[in-house]
Design a protein around this ligand. Structure first.
Ligand SMILES: NC(=O)C1=CN([C@@H]2O[C@H](COP(=O)(O)OP(=O)(O)OC[C@H]3O[C@@H](n4cnc5c(N)ncnc54)[C@H](O)[C@@H]3O)[C@@H](O)[C@H]2O)[C@@H](O)CC1
Ligand SMILES: [K+]
Length: 500
């Protein structure tokens, strides 16, 4: 699991590395510059005209170091130094000294034409990094406006200038095409509202102290493949279908049996031992034909869910996909909540029922998993002003329900009752298509049935689901991706994960 540290912790860790390794601060900066350049040179042709926009802090110091290294690689480089209210750091001064007379340097202190950077193919943004403490104004704001006005491909060093790394941001902010960030992703990068600033971001290693990192406490994590691999349990020779649990899925209604089929197939493909599906009468032939591996339990109603059967033999219940919100279904869902004391995976219409029948919320068994998309989440908790506030609301709901709340989207976030947030790193925009949520419900239900605890199931589940979609995209592209493909590629995703 990659820790996500806040800016104060990053400063402390930089300092810790400097003292413990030991390494001079300027040499650590050089390492950061090299890491950036290692990303840059294989991707950008050396004929491109490059403008590097520097502040006078250490982010600007990085910019100057990068300018020197790119010049050595043969790129035509022009350096801009923006002189506003900020003072010069020591490392900035050293790197400034090192390029005197070697490179074209233009100082900007007041007037800024919007067309200032028109001539460049590439702009490297090194105005502010993690040291930004307030919205930018004056000459800085004008320079950022000129950067955003330019046609050039913009690449930000560490953080898009003007973006707060771990707080809500206002004011002028660089809209980068790429952000190359040092050592860890910053919290702001994982929130949908900031994608327009970061563009595609990548983390590059600058060798900060492993010991220091181990000792840094945080509640925010980025899910890595290695971490998921570590919590997955391989199947032993002596396992049998009982080992992998018995799940019940309550899903589907007239016209929405597809959601039920997708969830059922995903539950099976994610490895459950036994699956029973509770369906209305109209779904009987559909499920028996589309999912022969599942057992069908047929409701009294022709079209909807009206009455739970005996729930005692299941380890977990997944409920919601295609369920509908008719009055009898609401009553039947309430009965499930009253009778079943093991974890539930609650999605789609079951979440919508909870939003309108709030008295049911306190009946949710501990360690359940709720999987709202942002609109469903808003119905549960009300509006939020920015994504940081949304994260807070997510943590609060997880704590008050003693359950796991997964808000779906790019970098789906998993909130635990203990206040931790795990951001998913797998998945792609092809997943924005009907039915992928139903697939996730199946995967999660399956993992809980296989006796992963709910936090583990949520972490493995979001990652596996996204990885499967990534494998689909790799083979067939994103545009034609449908939810069934994500189900079909789950075995391959497992194979990839379990590979030693
Ligand atoms: N040893 C280190 O600390 C390392 C730092 N590195 C770089 O250093 C960056 C952080 O550097 P700094 O802490 O010097 O900070 P920045 O370079 O991000 O910002 C410079 C300074 O500007 C001032 N400032 C903040 N908000 C402002 C505003 N709105 N208007 C005007 N001035 C403002 C602050 O005094 C701040 O320290 C990182 O993002 C990274 O790029 C890397 O070189 C790796 C090593
Ligand atoms: K920057």
């Amino acid at each position: 699991m990659l820790k996500i540290l806040d800016t104060k912790q990053i400063k402390t860790l930089d300092q810790f590395t400097i003292e413990k390794e030991p390494i001079a601060s300027i040499d650590l900066m050089e390492r950061a510059c090299r890491a950036f350049v290692n990303w840059f040179t294989p991707r950008i042709d050396a004929t491109k005209k490059i403008g590097i926009v520097c502040g006078t802090g250490n982010n600007g110091g990085d910019g100057l170091g990068i300018a020197r290294l790119l010049k050595d690689w043969g790129y035509p480089v022009t350096v801009y130094i923006v002189k506003g209210t900020g003072s010069e750091t020591e490392d900035f001064k050293v790197n400034h000294e090192r390029i005197q007379g070697e490179l074209k340097i233009i100082e900007i202190s007041n007037e800024v034409e919007l067309a200032l950077f028109e001539e460049f193919d590439i702009l490297i943004d090194a105005l502010f990094g993690s040291g930004l403490s307030r919205p930018v104004e004056g000459v800085y704001a004008k320079v950022i406006a000129a950067v955003n006005n330019a046609e050039a491909l913009t690449i930000s060093v560490d953080v898009p200038s003007g973006l707060m790394a771990d707080k809500p941001s206002t004011g002028e902010i660089v809209k980068a095409d790429f952000t190359i960030t040092f050592q860890f992703p910053k919290l702001a990068f994982l929130l949908p509202e900031n994608y327009k600033y970061t563009g595609e971001w990548s983390v590059v290693d600058i060798g900060l102290s492993k010991q220091g990192l181990r000792e840094s406490a945080t509640n925010n994590f980025y899910i890595t493949q290695k971490a998921v691999r570590r919590i997955l349990k391989p199947r032993s020779k002596f396992s049998h279908k009982g080992t992998f649990g018995h799940a019940l899925l309550i899903a589907g209604s007239y016209g929405k049996m597809g959601a039920c089929v997708l969830s059922s197939r995903a539950t099976l493909r994610a490895g459950v031992g036994l699956l029973t599906v509770h369906i209305p009468k109209c779904g009987y032939q559909i499920i028996q034909t589309a999912v022969p591996e599942a057992m069908a339990l047929v409701d009294d109603s022709e079209e909807i869910f009206t009455r739970p059967g005996d729930l005692s033999k299941y380890n977990v219940i997944g409920i919601g996909p295609g369920l509908g919100k008719e009055e009898p279904t609401i009553k039947a869902f309430a009965k499930v909540l009253e009778q079943f004391r093991k974890p539930l995976v609650i999605d789609a219409d079951a979440l919508n029922i909870l939003s309108s029948q709030r008295e049911l919320l306190h009946l949710i068994p501990e360690n359940s998993i709720l999987t709202p998309h942002p609109k469903e989440f808003e119905r549960l908790v009300g509006e939020w002003k920015n994504d940081f506030e949304r994260l807070e609301k997510q943590k609060q709901l997880a704590a008050s329900l003693k359950s796991i709340i997964i808000v779906k989207g790019a970098n789906s976030s998993v909130a635990t009752p203990e206040g931790q947030i795990y951001f998913n790193s797998s998945g792609n925009p092809g997943m924005a298509t009907g039915g992928t949520g139903d697939v996730l419900t199946g995967v999660l239900t399956s993992l809980v049935a296989q006796s992963y605890n709910s936090v583990e199931a949520a972490i493995i589940g979001v990652y596996l689901h996204g990885l499967s979609a990534d494998l689909v995209a790799q083979e067939r592209g994103m545009s034609g991706l449908i939810a069934s493909d994500v189900v079909d590629f789950l075995p391959l995703a497992y194979k990839k994960l379990l590979r030693a």
